[in-house]
Design a protein around this ligand. Structure first.
Ligand SMILES: Cc1cc2nc3c(=O)[nH]c(=O)nc-3n(C[C@H](O)[C@H](O)[C@H](O)COP(=O)(O)OP(=O)(O)OC[C@H]3O[C@@H](n4cnc5c(N)ncnc54)[C@H](O)[C@@H]3O)c2cc1C
Length: 454
């Protein structure tokens, strides 16, 4: 088979590239994906008991008009439900509104003081440039907030010690510190919430997040997407991709959205130095446990979207009240609700796959999210081997070398694990990385997102 544009991966990045090509009137392209579904990590599944699950709670934050228009086109203006982004931290047997540092007044007095003390001590410390994420946390949040929340929570999320991570990726993602405001909130007993009428997100009425990408796939054309088609080799001089099922595809241009380290290993004749470098690329896996429940959420849970869990009394770092995102995520909203939990894994933080569901249910009981095991009527377990691209030390130095080197060889690696840059790896960024690649190849436009900071 021959094609002008070969797109490896039918996740948001690959679909973004195809959507843009179609938009430009180009029809000589093909997407291949190893999965038997469209959407990659942004897909959704229905379990045998009728509960719908995402691979972790997907919330749309859009930074782009082109992406917004594509979303409107995918599900129509009426295909969505709007929500306020209400998020909380559970610790010390209570909920603390997010951002945590602005609401420390909810904590026991001695913890409020240790947080404030840490922040005050920072004022007199010498300001050295942090060498890693742990040092950055300590230099911004002080010892108290670091010990109570930032260090344990980040270890739970990333599955690597923060001292093995960089911090330049943070940008707008972690709200930083305003000592005056924090003190005022404590003294005046003021709430400082990250949600409100101006902080909304939208979620598909039906079918979970995956409904978006299935619809985009339909718009691109199902005949343009070959599923169950894993690329096992790429011959650069012949411009030919070999599939595991025996087929091969010759191309003029190729964009790959598979993990960059795996890509380096399927390219025949890729420089050994590049392959060796790929061993430094760290990533964590995500165990998503969906728990379908009888009854309704407790009162103090019912308005929340998602919650963070820094403590060790549960394996998960985040739980989403997924039946709030859409009542259609459960079989019968008058009888059911659903919680979706996320637990990270790495070689340094192992998860016991055989017991993680039981540990998760214990964790839901320990944290008071459910009151009885008898409420559980369905469980679903999905492991995303490549879940989070870790911002490892000197990540950007390595990427700035490997990705352009590959481009010289005619291979463009883009997307969540194709570009390995967590801060630009949500659905909107990923989709736009695909779109911008097409704009570059067809019109010479500079790509903005791949090396961007938000
Ligand atoms: C736990 C979790 C929570 C998330 N929460 C949010 C959120 O709240 N909001 C948000 O916007 N985003 C969220 N995301 C991110 C979102 O899922 C990604 O932005 C998006 O899926 C990345 O798209 P992609 O196409 O780059 O990669 P992927 O979705 O990973 O797609 C890559 C595709 O390449 C295919 N592939 C890999 N190797 C091969 C091969 N050899 N041959 C053929 N095909 C191959 C894979 O099968 C896959 O379908 C979350 C992700 C995770 C894991």
């Amino acid at each position: 088979m021959k094609t002008r544009y070969l797109i490896i991966g039918a996740g948001p990045t690959g679909l973004g590239a195809a959507y843009r090509l179609k938009d430009l009137g180009e029809s000589d392209f093909i997407i291949v994906d190893q999965n038997d579904w469209i959407g990659g990590l942004a897909a959704s599944f229905v379990d045998p008991n009728g509960f719908t699950w995402d691979i972790g709670g997907h919330v749309q934050f859009s930074h782009y008009k082109y992406f917004d228009d594509a979303m409107d086109a995918a599900l129509g203006k009426d295909g969505w439900l709007m929500h306020e982004r209400e998020s909380w931290v559970w610790m010390k047997e209570r909920f603390v509104p997010y951002p945590f540092q602005n609401n420390i007044r909810y904590l026991p007095k001695e913890d409020v003081w240790s947080c404030l003390k840490g922040l005050i001590e920072l004022q007199s410390n010498a300001k050295n440039k942090p060498g890693n994420f742990k040092e950055w946390i300590l230099s911004i949040f002080g010892q108290g907030i670091a010990d109570l929340f930032m260090l344990p929570y980040n270890y739970k999320v990333w599955a690597f010690p923060p001292e093995e991570m960089d911090y330049q990726w943070i940008g707008e993602r972690v709200s930083v510190i305003d000592l005056k405001r924090i003190t005022e909130n404590v003294v005046m007993q003021k709430d400082d919430l990250s949600w409100g009428p101006n902080n909304l997100f939208r979620f598909p009425k039906f079918g979970g997040t995956g409904a978006i990408w299935r619809s985009i796939g339909q718009m691109i054309g199902p005949d343009k997407i070959q599923l169950n088609s894993k690329v096992s080799k790429i011959n650069l001089s012949a411009r030919r991709a070999q599939l595991e099922n025996g087929d091969s595809i010759t191309y003029d241009k190729v964009i790959s959205t598979m993990p960059l380290n795996l890509l380096l290993n399927v390219i025949e004749g890729a420089a050994e130095t590049l392959k060796r470098e790929s061993s430094a690329m760290k990533y964590s896996s995500s165990h998503i446990i969906g728990v379908g429940l009888l009854g309704e959420p407790k009162k103090d849970l019912s308005t929340k979207c998602w919650m963070y869990f820094p403590e060790s009394n549960c394996p998960f770092y985040r739980v989403t009240l997924f039946s709030k995102y859409s009542p259609n995520n459960v079989p019968d909203i008058t009888k059911h609700f659903s919680l979706m939990t996320e637990t990270s894994e790495s070689p340094q933080k192992k998860v016991r796959a055989e017991s993680i569901i039981a540990e998760t249910i214990d964790g839901l009981l320990n944290t008071g999210l459910i009151h009885s095991r008898d409420q559980v009527c369905s469980t679903w377990h999905y492991v995303a081997k490549y879940g989070y691209p870790t911002p490892f030390l000197n990540r950007d130095g390595l990427l700035r070398k490997v990705i352009p080197e590959l481009e010289k060889l005619g291979v463009f690696s883009r997307g969540r694990f194709g570009a390995w840059r967590y801060e630009v790896s949500n659905q909107d960024h990923s989709f736009m990385q695909g779109v911008e690649w097409v704009n570059r190849i067809t019109a010479g436009e500079a790509e903005q997102t791949i090396w961007g900071t938000h």
